[in-house]
Design a protein around this ligand. Structure first.
Ligand SMILES: [Zn+2]
Length: 255
C-alpha cells in the first residue's frame, strides 16, 4: 500500500471526476490519501470529502499564501470533526511574497500552538524560507512533529529538519532530470524519515509532467526513490507507508 500524504483533491480541478481519480489511485496501490486544506472553504471541503470516502483523510490549516484573506480562528472548531489528521498546510513562503513576513509568521505560530495543544502533527509549506521556518519551530522542539512537505532545500537543511523530529516530503520533482539536490537528499537520508506525496494537482511526476497531477502518480515517486536508493519499490512502499501511519495515526497498518 502507498499513502499519498499531500493532495488537494478539495480543489475544483477534481469536481467532475473525483471517483475516477480515486479508482485510478487504488489501481496503483495508493489506498489512503490526505486531502490538504489551505483556507476556510478548502478546509471544509477537505472534511466533506474525508467524511464521504473511506480512503481519504483531511488536514485543516491556513496556507501562507492565504494569510491576508482569513485567520486561524475557524480551525479549532474543525479539529475534532471527522478525520482530521494534521494541522496545515501552514508555514512561510518568501518566494511569492516577502512584504508580509510578520503576518505569515504570526499565522504560522498560531498553528504551531494549535498543533501542540491538540497533539496533532504539522504539514509545513516552506519555500525560499527554510531558515525562517526553522527558527519558528525551534522553540517547540520535542513538543511538535510533522512533515516539511515538498522539500525544496538542501541536504544540510533536510538533516536539520529531521533533527527537529520532522519528516521530509518527497514528490514529483524527484523524477525530473535536474533534481540534483533532491537526489542527494534521497540518497543520504534514511527512508524512515521520508514521506511520499503528490501535491496534486501540481507537480505531476514524469511521464505526466505539466499535466494535472493525481494521487495514483505517487507510484512514480516511490519507483524513483527505489531506483536512487537501489531498493525494491515494495521496500520503499512499506517503509514510507509505515512512516505515514506513525506520524498521522491513520489506523492499523503492519507489514
Ligand atoms: Zn499543498
Amino acid at each position: 500500500m502507498i499513502v499519498d500524504t499531500h493532495a488537494h483533491l478539495n480543489m475544483e480541478d477534481y469536481d467532475k471526476d473525483i471517483e475516477a481519480v480515486l479508482g485510478r489511485a487504488q489501481k496503483n496501490e495508493v489506498l489512503k490519501v490526505m486531502v490538504i486544506g489551505m483556507d476556510e472553504p478548502s478546509n471544509h471541503r477537505a472534511l466533506e470529502l474525508a467524511a464521504r470516502y473511506d480512503m481519504l483523510y483531511a488536514t485543516v490549516g491556513v496556507h501562507p499564501g492565504y494569510v491576508d484573506e482569513g485567520t486561524t480562528e475557524h480551525l479549532e472548531s474543525l479539529i475534532h470533526q471527522g478525520k482530521v489528521v494534521a494541522i496545515g498546510e501552514c508555514g512561510l513562503d518568501l518566494y511569492w511574497r516577502q512584504d508580509n513576513l510578520e503576518l505569515q509568521k504570526k499565522v504560522f505560530i498560531e498553528q504551531i500552538e494549535l498543533a501542540v495543544k491538540h497533539n496533532l502533527p504539522l504539514v509545513i509549506h516552506t519555500r525560499s524560507s527554510f531558515e525562517e521556518t526553522y527558527q519558528c519551530l525551534l522553540p517547540y522542539r520535542g513538543k511538535v512533529t510533522g512533515v516539511f512537505h515538498c522539500f525544496s532545500s538542501n541536504l544540510n537543511d533536510a538533516k536539520r529538519a529531521i533533527d527537529l523530529g520532522f519528516y521530509i516530503g518527497i514528490d514529483g520533482p524527484i523524477t525530473f532530470k535536474k533534481a540534483l539536490e533532491l537526489t542527494e537528499i534521497v540518497t543520504y537520508i534514511d527512508l524512515k524519515h521520508i514521506l511520499v506525496e503528490t501535491d496534486s494537482p501540481y507537480l505531476a511526476p514524469m511521464p505526466y509532467r505539466g499535466k494535472r497531477n493525481e494521487p495514483g502518480y505517487t507510484k512514480y515517486v516511490v519507483e524513483k526513490i527505489a531506483e536512487i536508493k537501489g531498493m525494491t519499490p515494495e521496500a520503499v512502499m512499506n517503509q514510507t507507508t509505515r512512516n505515514a501511519h506513525e506520524l498521522f495515526k491513520l489506523g492499523g497498518y503492519s507489514t
